[in-house]
Design a protein around this ligand. Structure first.
Ligand code: ISE
Length: 357
């Protein structure tokens, strides 16, 4: 491997282009050598800025001799095939969430990586690198809050496109709370229930925005998640954990506070996730690059990605059925099944023997 980690970036829409910029300007020891996107013009534009080559075929980009590692920022439906190609070639890969778009394919990826005996896949759950999330996790792990009993999450976006229907909100937005609660508490989520309320008038017909998603964890802790993606105001992501010895809150947007002679005080709102989590993305990329060079990962694993897919699919099932859906994690094996409380077509996934963690 050359001194710089030579990276192929697949998908250069908003996130992929953001990562290319970070890799070329802010991350040490890495270089984007190949860019791929299904929009040829977009690929040319982004590649041109960093002196990379365009490769029209994503699988050829993964197998390119000038590529040591791959960053996948394509739509989720493309991930299974692209991750499989990365594992076949044995290259490290940072894959934006979701790992894949269904439980069976996510599980197949975990099994394939496990068979290699080497962790090559890191999933791009950037909140794990946000200093506030890390501080909260350390507080909980250090026992400062005592037994964590209840977690309240708020996840608000100012605006989204019409394709963002209720199921998409669970798979694309709530997935962050699924991973961050697993990260914060070090526990699996065992059930999901989606409560649909009155929708904002800016939501397309049939889309439940906002929703309240309620999870239970292995220890019986309750997690609430307000997901509201068309507030028309700001990007707001807050988490409060209450335990037996106190509570802690992150995400208050405490930036510069100004007091003016007109009797007002306050700061500026955060417009989007790029501003809120920009630092976390950069830390994530640096740590991934360093870990990839050392032959390992440093962040959410394929297993974490798989667990998130399973919990979100249980959430989608709850949304459709209107009942609480249980997520079964069979001792160290897998989210083997998601089952609604009332008879409903459950999703079965095969057992996995001896998987990490
Ligand atoms: C988006 O994909 C993200 O990752 C953001 O963090 C989240 O707030 C947004 O709802 C998602 O669509």
């Amino acid at each position: 491997m050359s001194e710089d980690l030579r990276i192929a970036v697949l998908g250069v829409g908003m996130m992929g282009a953001f990562h290319v910029d970070a890799l070329s300007k802010r991350v040490r020891g890495a270089r984007v050598t190949v860019v791929n996107d299904f929009l040829a013009d977009k690929a040319e534009e982004v590649a041109g800025k960093v002196g990379a080559r365009v490769e029209a075929d994503p699988i050829a980009a993964i197998n390119d001799p000038e590529v040591d590692a791959v960053l996948i920022a394509t739509p989720g439906a493309a991930h299974a095939e692209q991750l499989t190609a990365c594992l076949d070639r044995g290259v490290p890969v940072l894959c934006e969430k979701p790992l894949t778009t269904d439980i069976a394919s996510a599980f197949a990826i975990v099994k394939k990586e496990k068979a290699l005996g080497k962790q090559l896949i890191q999933v791009g759950f950037m909140r794990r690198f946000d200093p506030e999330y890390v501080a909260l996790r350390n507080l909980i792990a250090g026992g400062r809050l005592g037994n964590p009993l209840i977690v309240h999450c708020t996840h608000r976006n100012p605006a989204v496109g019409d394709h963002f229907n209720s199921e998409y909100m669970i798979r694309d937005s709530v997935v962050h709370e699924v991973d961050s609660v697993r990260f914060l508490l070090g526990q699996e989520l065992t059930s999901v229930e989606v409560i649909k309320g009155a929708a904002t008038s800016s939501a397309p017909h049939g889309t439940h925005d906002p929703m309240l998603v309620i999870f239970e964890t292995e220890s019986g802790a309750i997690v609430t998640d307000e997901i509201f993606v068309r507030t028309g105001v700001a990007y707001e992501v807050r988490t409060e954990v209450a335990g037996e010895k106190g509570s802690a809150l992150i995400g208050l947007d405490q930036n510069l506070q100004v007091k003016s002679p007109d009797g007002r005080w306050g700061g500026a709102i955060t417009p989007s996730f790029v501003e809120r989590f920009g630092q976390a993305y950069d830390i994530e990329l640096q740590r991934w690059v360093d870990a990839a060079k050392a032959g390992t990962i440093d962040g959410a694993s394929a297993w974490d990605g798989y667990a998130a897919v399973a919990v979100c699919e249980a959430g989608v099932l709850s949304l459709r059925s209107g009942v609480k859906v249980h997520v079964h994690l069979a001792g160290g094996s897998t989210v083997a099944a998601v089952e609604p409380e009332e008879p409903h077509a459950g999703i079965q996934a095969p057992d996995l023997e001896g998987a990490w963690p």
